[in-house]
Write a protein of this length. Structure first.
Length: 362
């Protein structure tokens, strides 16, 4: 049976629980209520013996999930920053989104994400932390947060540093948009299918009798993803994004004479300097943290970002006015002090993110 509320739908098809993100006109962007509903349903399916595995998908042909409802967060955060301290909708959204991400990471049954179409930000958060990440001929994945004054959250500080070499640092800082082949090459995706195979996949998964059969089903449907567009630059990425600081990376890129390095330098120069420095530390620190520890760190960071300037300027320039000319403050890396970065990681006291006590440790 489907739920009465239709922004996100829940269905059981045989052994398979299906989550459908159902806001195709909004590219299936996540709302606060959607995060709560998904978390609640995962908890229910954890204890439902008739559910062997869970699959999440997006309605429509354009997007799996393009992220969170950033404009709503902008409006709530701006009101809070400007004095309305009762407006904490932004905090409630991030808190419950991150708890949902943790529920996916800790989910005890096979969790399968069919990442067909645009998969960005929050869409990455509801997919990459599961056991099986399926990309298709229509997949376009990115973590573009540094371009709007945020950082790669929803567990970005956990999965990105665990990619090979400096791929995670590159994707986090640049916000590079990658397709199926690079998702497979980088280990972000586990399988590649044709987009039109979705219904056959659901039919096959609905008939499994145990969790071990998911791999067999997917393996029997997998197609070759082809050659990636970013993969040929792996050596350059590992060499030029391995610096000991954000400034080192920019300096190394500036010293290179080839066009690829120059292109990366130009792209990074347009990002929020504060976001770049915070993200750099997040990536280096996140590789040593458990999933829950990283999510707590990201909640600390986002609380401080909401108090600042760049998030509002980034959303204005990129999503609202669309002039694509944000005025960052500070507007250079050198203007962002170590103390400015450190305050983003400071303990929140009573506001610290808390998780359910029964989550398993990493």
């Amino acid at each position: 049976m489907f739920d009465d509320w239709d922004d996100v739908l829940f269905e059981q098809n045989g052994a398979l629980g299906i989550i459908t993100l159902n806001r195709p006109k909004a590219l299936n962007a996540l709302t606060h209520q959607m995060c709560l509903a998904i978390h609640r349903q995962l908890d229910a399916w954890t204890h439902d013996r008739s559910i062997v595995a869970v699959m999440i998908r997006g309605e429509g042909e354009k997007a799996f999930c393009a992220g969170g409802d950033v404009v709503a967060l902008y409006e709530s955060g701006k009101a809070y920053r400007d004095g309305d301290r009762s407006n904490t909708l932004w905090r409630e959204f991030f808190r419950d989104e991150y708890r949902m991400n943790a529920a996916i990471h800790h989910f005890p049954k096979p969790y399968i994400a069919f990442m067909d179409g645009i998969t960005m930000g929050g869409g990455v958060g509801v997919s990459v932390h599961g056991d099986f990440r399926i990309v298709t001929d229509r997949t376009m994945l990115a973590m573009p947060e540094t371009g709007i004054g945020l950082m790669p959250d929803v567990g970005g500080g956990y999965f990105l540093p665990r990619l090979e070499g400096e791929l995670g640092m590159y994707l986090a800082l640049k916000g590079e948009r990658i397709k199926a082949a690079d998702c497979m090459h980088f280990g972000i995706a586990t399988h590649c299918l044709e987009s039109h195979d979705e219904h056959e996949l659901i039919d096959r998964l609905s008939m499994i009798s145990g969790p071990g059969e998911v791999e067999r089903v997917l393996g029997g449907m997998t197609v070759h993803a082809g050659l990636g567009e970013v993969a040929p630059f792996r050596d350059d990425i590992d060499r030029l994004f391995s610096g000991n600081s954000m400034q080192d990376i920019m300096d190394d890129l500036a010293e290179e004479a080839d066009s690829w390095a120059m292109q990366q330098h130009r792209a990074l120069s347009k990002k929020s300097p504060t976001s770049l420095k915070v993200t750099f530390r997040q990536m280096r620190q996140g590789e040593k943290l458990s999933f829950d520890e990283e999510m707590k760190t990201e909640f600390r960071i986002v609380n401080r970002i909401i108090e600042g300037h760049d998030f509002y300027e980034g959303v204005r320039a990129i999503l609202l006015d669309k002039d694509f000319e944000p005025t960052w403050n500070p507007d250079t890396l050198k203007g962002v002090s170590d103390a400015d970065v450190a305050k983003h990681f400071a303990d929140l006291g009573d506001l610290e993110l808390q998780f359910a006590a029964d989550y398993a440790a990493d």
